[in-house]
Design a protein around this ligand. Structure first.
Ligand SMILES: NC(=O)c1ccc[n+]([C@@H]2O[C@H](COP(=O)([O-])OP(=O)(O)OC[C@H]3O[C@@H](n4cnc5c(N)ncnc54)[C@H](OP(=O)(O)O)[C@@H]3O)[C@@H](O)[C@H]2O)c1
Length: 471
């Protein structure tokens, strides 16, 4: 048997440290060798929960399967692991210190016969890995990391279309991920509202936030889908604090009644994610007489966010995350052409891109206006992700790009980061892709003027009022 024993003191509460470590998938953020991890058992972490962790070796990798064998909330977690070379028992205990927590990490390796020699593991090598891992855990728990500084490649991608597009792909995510910092901020019990959570990026966002213990209100328009989403997420994550609100967000009357219901409940909102969206081909109008993409992608998040602002202001450090699209790079803000008319030349992609451009400008306006009130507002674009929306609205595009599309989880990662990471609360009015700030324009000719921005704000205010009249 080889025993490793490390101690680290961190300035976090035992509850936060325990919550972070007991979801053992976080090992990829701090363990020196872990390259992938997943939870195999649904529900809250409990005795019997299994995890799979893939660890890098000098020339290959090994997969360890861990089972939680003992758990004392905020105090202790014991995991038994096994792989082809050895069995392992990790005993991790947490004790309260003034202003922090002592982590005591003990790993006992039981090599299978002859495997110690064949595998090439030495006691000194294991000891150094153990030291690095516990130091990595302590570092991760420091939290509040510096924001990613743009690389030379980012700077090129912010000026040229082809390099920019390459970052939208799965490869872009893989490159971006190399610069990710651990996300150890606790969002347990924070109230987060996510629109369009029944599928794609919204579902993936809800899944990650639920796993982290957030208190979720998911806005969806279909009762049957909503009920399934809630029961699936509760079963998978063991988080009971997930509820839904029904609203067809392309109807401003529905948005208004959603706002009224939420204001009546009076629950402060820590994070609002404006994610619901779709690309409309052919052109269509809502029963309220508004062009669909304008109604759903711009007027709806405008009305919802303005309407929920009193609840955002009740939270200690509220955030708004607007999901835009790289498609906006092709369009400038021009209010006279914001709503694409009903002609043969109508293109759903153009209509969509114009609303997303306007939502980006709105993000910057809100960020500036609400800075003194403490509301942080940022936008992100997910790159290209293989979601039901892309499959149904852009089948040809998907056929060509399917091998380079991101997964929904990869596309949603920056939404989660903007909602959770401490450092993401230190900037406002910016656009992010893969947790890194990017320019909102690739070419100068799409830059909006101050007059056009002011016109947008007047246009949205007057349309939200006329929508009141329609109901
Ligand atoms: N996937 C990408 O590559 C990509 C790229 C750039 C930007 N985006 C943006 O990312 C966001 C999410 O897109 P996605 O790809 O995840 O799309 P998705 O798979 O189609 O999911 C869209 C979500 O929005 C909901 N939604 C649509 N219309 C609604 C309405 N009228 N009222 C309420 N909810 C409505 C959908 O609900 P139902 O299930 O009821 O339809 C669904 O939950 C959108 O804002 C999209 O523009 C996506």
């Amino acid at each position: 048997m080889t025993v490793l024993h490390e101690i680290a003191d961190v300035k976090r509460s035992p509850e936060e440290v325990y919550d972070y470590v007991s979801d053992f998938t976080t090992t990829v953020e701090w363990d020196a060798t872990a390259i992938a991890a997943r939870k195999l058992t649904p529900g809250a972490v409990a005795v019997g929960t299994e995890f799979e962790v893939e660890c890098a070796l000098p020339v290959s990798s090994i997969t360890l399967r861990y089972t939680v064998t003992e758990l004392q909330p905020n105090k202790l977690i014991i995991l038994s692991g096994s792989c082809k070379f050895f069995d392992i028992e990790d005993t991790i205990s947490f004790s309260e210190l003034p202003g922090g927590t002592r982590i005591d990490y003990r790993a006992e390796f039981f090599f299978k016969p002859l495997m110690s020699t064949i595998s090439g593991f030495s006691k000194a090598g294991l000891e150094s890995m153990g030291r690095e891992s516990v130091a990595g855990l302590a570092e991760a728990l420091k939290d509040n990391f510096p924001l990613t500084t743009p690389t030379a490649a980012d700077k090129v991608a912010d000026k040229l279309v082809l390099p920019a597009l390459s970052l939208f792909s799965r490869l872009g995510y893989k490159l971006g991920r190399k610069r990710f910092h651990p996300m150890t901020a606790s969002v347990k019990h924070k109230h987060m509202v996510v629109t369009g959570a029944s599928a794609g990026l919204g579902y993936a966002t809800a899944q990650q936030l639920a796993r982290r213990g957030a208190n979720l209100t998911l806005v969806m328009r279909d009762r049957a889908k909503a009920e399934k989403v809630i029961s699936d997420l509760q079963e998978e994550t063991g988080n009971p604090a997930i509820r839904y609100e029904l609203a067809d967000l392309s109807l401003i009357a529905d948005v208004d009644s959603l706002i009224e219901r939420m204001k009546k409940r009076g629950q402060p909102i820590d994070v609002l994610v404006n994610n619901a969206g779709a690309l409309f081909n052919p052109r269509s109008e809502t029963i309220e007489g508004l062009e669909q993409s304008f109604a759903l992608l711009l007027l709806s998040p405008y009305c919802l966010t303005e309407g929920l602002k009193p609840l955002l202001l009740m939270a200690s450090s509220p955030r708004v995350v607007n999901v835009v699209s790289g498609g906006m790079y092709s369009e400038s803000l021009n209010i006279d052409e914001l709503i694409v008319p009903d002609t043969d030349a109508y293109s759903g992609s153009v209509a969509y891109a114009r609303q997303k451009r306007a939502l980006m400008v709105l993000t910057q306006e809100w960020a500036a206006e609400w800075e003194s009130e403490g509301i942080v507002v940022n936008a992100m674009h997910p790159g290209w992700a293989d979601t039901p929306g892309v499959r149904s609205a852009l089948p040809q595009f998907r056929k060509i790009t399917k091998h380079v599309l991101r997964s929904s989880e990869e596309g949603a990662d920056t939404i989660v980061w903007l909602a959770v990471a401490t450092e993401a609360g230190s900037v406002s009015g910016k656009l992010f892709l893969d947790r890194a700030e990017h320019s909102t324009h690739l070419v100068n000719k799409t830059r909006e003027t101050r007059q056009e921005t002011e016109k947008l704000m007047r246009f949205l205010a007057s349309n939200s009022l006329s929508a009141d009249v329609v109901q």
